[in-house]
Design a protein around this ligand. Structure first.
Ligand SMILES: [Zn+2]
Length: 374
C-alpha cells in the first residue's frame, strides 16, 4: 500500500504534495547493492540481481545467503537477466507476479465469475476456481472489495434485477430473471439493495419519505437528506433553493418533508463532521447504487482525511485495476458529499479533477484537511 505513504508522514514534516513521491530510486549500483544487503522489499520490481557463481537471478528481497559483491550484477528486468544467461531463483521466484498482484488478480477473477454466473456459486467453487483455500479466499475477497463474496453476488443480482425491473411484466418475473430463487429471500434483501421496495422502485420512488434540511457551513449551503434507513444525499451549493430543487428532481415521487428535532441533531452531527472529519461520523448511510459503485464508495470511505489517492490507485484498491474509468464515473455519481469523500481523489499527477459540487470547494476541503492532518 505505498499509496498510503503520506498518512504516515511525521507531524513536523514539511507540507507533503497530494500524491506521494515515487518509491526510492535504486539509481546506481551502489544503492542497488545496499538494497540487496538490506533485502529491501520496497526495491522488489525495480531491479533484479544475478549471481555469477550460481547462475541464478533474484529479487532484491530474496532470503538466500548474501552473495559476494564481486559476483553480483544488476538487471532492469527479468528478461534482461535471462538474456544475460541467468535463470530465475527457485526461492524468490523473481519472474512471477508479486503476491499482492496475484491476489488482486484472483479476487478480480472471482468477481468476473460471480458476475457471469446464472445461479449463485458456492464459496468452495469460487475458491477452487482461483486456486485458494476457502478461508484464505474469503478473507482476501473481503480485504480487497470490502464485502464478502456472498454480499457481492447479492449486489450483482440486485443490479440485474434493477436493470430489468421497469420493463418487466411483474416483480416475480423480474426476480426469477435475476436469479433469485425464492421470493422470501428477495424481499428480505431487496429493500437493502435497491434502497427501496421493488414496487416503490417501479413507481419512481413513490411512497418514500425523505427528510431534509439545509444549513450554512464554511463551504456554503449544505443539504442533508435521509430516509428512515439513513442519509441518502448530502449536497453543497451556493443557493439553498437550488439544492432542494435538485433533491426533488432526484426523487420525483418521494414525499419530501422538513426535518424534525431528531433530524436537526443528525444535521448537527454532519456539520461537526465537516469541521473535524478526523473525528469520524457514526451515522448510517442509505447508499443507492450498483454493487460496483458501492464497492468504490466503500473504498472511498477508507481514505483518511489529509490523504489523497488517484483514480487508478482506488481501482487497484477495489481489486479492479483496469476499471479506472468506471471508478471515476462511480466517484462522479456519488450522492453523498463529504461523508463519502470523493474529494480525496485526484489525478495521477496530483492535480484536481472535477468535483460535482465545485472544484473550488474540493480545493478548500483538501487544503483544510492537509493543514489539520495530525
Ligand atoms: Zn532468490
Amino acid at each position: 500500500m505505498h499509496t498510503m505513504a503520506t498518512r504516515h508522514s511525521r507531524r513536523n514534516a514539511p507540507a507533503v504534495p497530494p500524491m506521494p513521491a515515487a518509491a526510492p530510486a535504486c539509481a546506481d549500483d551502489e544503492l542497488r547493492w545496499q538494497a540487496v544487503q538490506r533485502r529491501d522489499k520496497a526495491a522488489d520490481g525495480q531491479f533484479y540481481y544475478s549471481v555469477r557463481s550460481t547462475g541464478v537471478y533474484c529479487k532484491p528481497s530474496c532470503a538466500a545467503r548474501l552473495a559476494l559483491r564481486k559476483n553480483v550484477a544488476f538487471h532492469d528486468s527479468c528478461a534482461a537477466a535471462e538474456a544475460a544467461g541467468f535463470r530465475a531463483c527457485k526461492r524468490c521466484k523473481p519472474n512471477q507476479p508479486r503476491l499482492e498482484e496475484r491476489q488482486a488478480q484472483a479476487v478480480a477473477q472471482a468477481c468476473r465469475l460471480i458476475e457471469q454466473a446464472e445461479a449463485p456459486l458456492a464459496l468452495e467453487t469460487l475458491a477452487d476456481a482461483v486456486g485458494l483455500s476457502r478461508y484464505h479466499f474469503h478473507r482476501l475477497f473481503k480485504a480487497h472489495t470490502g464485502v464478502t463474496p456472498r454480499a457481492y453476488a447479492d449486489g450483482q443480482r440486485a443490479e440485474r434485477m434493477r436493470s430489468r425491473l421497469p420493463g418487466s411484466a411483474s416483480v416475480t418475473e423480474a426476480m426469477y430473471d435475476a436469479g433469485f430463487n425464492s421470493s422470501g429471500r428477495f424481499y428480505e434483501q431487496s429493500g437493502e439493495r435497491l434502497g427501496m421496495k421493488p414496487s416503490a422502485y417501479r413507481q419512481g420512488g413513490s411512497g418514500e419519505r425523505i427528510c431534509f434540511a439545509v444549513a450554512q457551513c464554511w463551504l456554503g449551503a449544505l443539504l442533508v437528506a435521509a430516509t428512515a434507513k439513513g442519509i441518502c444525499a448530502v449536497a453543497l451549493g451556493d443557493d439553498p433553493e437550488v439544492l432542494v430543487q435538485e433533491l426533488q428532481d432526484r426523487f420525483p415521487k418521494a414525499e419530501l418533508v422538513g426535518g424534525d428535532a431528531q433530524f436537526e441533531r443528525m444535521l448537527a452531527q454532519v456539520l461537526g463532521f465537516i469541521e473535524a472529519p478526523e473525528r469520524g461520523l457514526d451515522l448510517p448511510l442509505d447508499v443507492r447504487g450498483t454493487a460496483f459503485q458501492q464497492r468504490v464508495w466503500q473504498a472511498l470511505r477508507s481514505i483518511p482525511p489529509g490523504v489523497t489517492l488517484s483514480y487508478s490507485a482506488l481501482a487497484e484498491r477495489i481489486g479492479s485495476p483496469a476499471a479506472v474509468r468506471a471508478v471515476a464515473s462511480a466517484c462522479a455519481n456519488n450522492e453523498i458529499a463529504l461523508l463519502i469523500p470523493c474529494h480525496r481523489i485526484v489525478r495521477l499527477d496530483g492535480s484536481l479533477s472535477g468535483y460535482r459540487w465545485g472544484v473550488e470547494r474540493k480545493q478548500a476541503l483538501l487544503e483544510k484537511e492537509r493543514v489539520a492532518k495530525p
